[in-house]
Ligand binder design. Structure first.
Ligand SMILES: Nc1ncnc2c1ncn2[C@@H]1O[C@H](COP(=O)(O)OP(=O)(O)OP(=O)(O)O)[C@@H](O)[C@H]1O
Ligand SMILES: [Mg+2]
Length: 373
């Protein structure tokens, strides 16, 4: 009993007494792999498998996307560092994974590190590992992510968030292609390829003295700039189709069509959150769709909502907002109705919403139907 307790306390996954039962041992190993995977998922670190990657295609037929596909092709044959720039939700992580999984190193680890999600004091030991006793709390030695990545890929996400101190350390590691664990003296070779990503404008950070220019050049031996969705609107219909297929597969297999008008509306919208926002809108829409067709009216409400016209869709949403905001919306509708002399069509035009939306809003705000004078 004391040995078992001590072992578990020190972090053992299982304690198997001799004589070893091979089945039991196998089960314990499988279980611990599951635990490790789970732990990695919840800790801003992810290693993914090729099968997981294949579920996520990169969709696009515009010239800009084609250039990116070509670059991914070229990068699959070499090991240079890559910097991926793009607004939030444009697919930076997707591109990083593609570079890895199209290369001959695809069977080696792909280790993703979100530089903004780890506190600075821990980041160094997360990246480079530490020896037992290197600092308080270092009860055993630990491999860092650079070591875990072996000769695979290290994906440094949100690299613009790295502190100046860590930028200096990273630069040294990239220059020397070797590093040491925190508190350690053994030199470990860096064999992995580095792919960094950022949604910040690093050049302007350099000007402000917040990002090291020499590190920038080290990281951006190859450079991929992913354009925002609003600059490649021709891709939107294709991406919509792909995302609906994905949603059907992952959530509910029911959407068969989407109204032409709805597609037009989605093309016109500016997508500040890019493809991630488009995906979120489509998920919400498909959850709200009763039949098998996505209706323009549902999309209209959702986009208006995220676009600041401030018209609520559900009571739940409304409850979360403060009274004054609701009053303003109600007033907006009432004033439009008055202005249009209660001609609903005209009021809709003033508000820029559809007739069913107006009906819903009026019902929600308890605005009585008033006969036209
Ligand atoms: N071209 C594309 N085709 C299909 N799906 C895409 C495409 N680009 C992005 N996506 C999807 O959009 C979502 C966001 O992509 P990803 O996480 O790679 O973006 P990101 O640029 O890393 O965003 P952030 O800066 O917010 O971290 C993912 O679900 C991804 O699969
Ligand atoms: Mg990302």
């Amino acid at each position: 009993m004391p040995t078992t307790i001590k072992a578990i306390k020190l972090g053992a996954f299982e304690y198997i007494p001799k004589p070893i039962d091979v089945d039991e041992l196998e089960k314990a190993i499988e279980k611990s792999i599951e635990i490790i995977k789970l732990k990695h998922k919840t800790e801003h670190i992810s290693t993914i498998t090729e099968r997981e990657f294949q579920k996520n295609e990169i969709i696009g037929k515009t010239k800009e996307m084609n250039e990116i596909f070509k670059t991914i092709g070229i990068l699959s044959t070499n090991r240079v560092n890559v910097l991926i720039e793009g607004e939030t939700g444009t697919g930076k992580e997707l591109v990083a994974k593609a570079i890895h999984f199209y290369s001959s190193f695809k069977d080696r680890p792909f280790v993703a590190i979100n530089c903004s999600a780890i506190v600075d004091s821990l980041l160094e030991s997360e990246l480079f590992g530490h020896e037992k006793g290197a600092f308080t709390g270092a009860i055993s030695s630990k491999k860092g992510l650079f070591e875990i990545a072996e000769d695979g890929t290290i994906f440094l996400d949100e690299v613009g968030e790295l502190s100046i101190e860590l930028q200096a350390k990273l630069l040294r590691v990239l220059q020397e292609r070797e590093f040491q664990r925190v508190g350690g003296s053994k030199t470990i070779k860096l064999n992995a390829r580095i792919i960094a990503a950022t949604n910040k404008d690093l050049v302007s950070l350099i000007k402000k003295g917040k990002f090291r220019e020499d590190l920038y050049y080290r990281l951006s031996v190859a450079n991929i700039k992913i354009p925002p969705l609003r600059e490649r609107k021709e891709d939107i219909p294709l991406i919509i189709k792909y995302l609906i297929k994905k949603i059907n597969y992952e959530i509910s297999n029911k959407i068969k069509n989407i109204e032409e008008k709805a597609i037009k509306r989605l093309i016109t919208y500016s997508w500040p959150g890019n493809i991630r926002e488009l995906e979120n809108v489509l998920i919400k829409v498909s959850l709200q769709t009763k039949g098998d067709t996505i209706l323009d009216s549902v999309i209209e409400i959702l986009l208006n909502n995220s676009n600041g016209l401030n018209l609520t869709i559900s009571e739940d949403d409304a409850k979360k907002r403060d009274g004054s905001q609701i009053e303003t919306e109600k007033e907006k509708i009432l004033s439009a109705l008055n202005q249009a002399k209660w001609h609903y069509g005209q009021a809709c035009e003033i508000l820029g919403i559809s007739r069913p939306t107006l009906n819903k809003k009026m019902k929600f705000y308890g605005i009585q139907l008033k006969p036209r004078q």
